[in-house]
Each structure stands twice: as structure tokens, then as C-alpha cells.
Design a binder for this molecule. Structure first.
Ligand SMILES: [Zn+2]
Length: 77
């Protein structure tokens, strides 16, 4: 089992989208990549502003969130 899969299975808050996208350890690496890219910590409060600030950020954030949501769906029981 890869680390993402086990972190995901271990997570008790999989149902919570906000948790998955902004807090869950299962997506720590993916989230860090995004934060390195934007130079900012991604939070529910600033994510919309970041997306609207540039087309590049929009695409990057959208891709990351979709990746998280898609992976999450695969693990849903
Ligand atoms: Zn979690």
C-alpha cells in the first residue's frame, strides 16, 4: 500500500472536503507543492483570492483540488 493510500484510509474525516483539501496529512505533499508554487500557505480564507489573482494560480489550484477530490472519491467506502 502506498503512503497516500494508507494515510487516506487512516483518516477519520474523509467525508469532510475542507479537511481533505486544507488539512489532511494524506495530501500533505500535494499541498506543499502548491504552497511552494504560490509562496503562501493555502487556507479556506485565502484560496479564492489566490485563484482570482492570476490565471496560473487558478489552473494550479484547480488541478490540485481536483486531484485531491478524485483520489478521495476512490477511497470512499
Ligand atoms: Zn485527514
Amino acid at each position: 500500500m502506498d503512503p497516500l493510500t494508507s494515510a487516506n484510509r487512516a483518516c477519520t474525516e474523509r467525508i469532510n472536503v475542507e479537511h481533505s483539501v486544507f488539512k489532511c496529512d494524506a495530501w500533505y505533499v500535494i499541498r506543499r507543492e502548491l504552497e511552494a508554487y504560490t509562496g503562501k500557505e493555502i487556507t479556506p480564507e485565502n484560496v479564492v483570492g489566490l485563484m482570482l489573482s492570476s490565471k496560473e494560480y487558478w489552473d494550479k489550484i484547480e488541478t490540485t483540488v481536483l486531484k485531491i477530490l478524485k483520489t478521495r472519491k476512490e477511497f470512499k467506502q
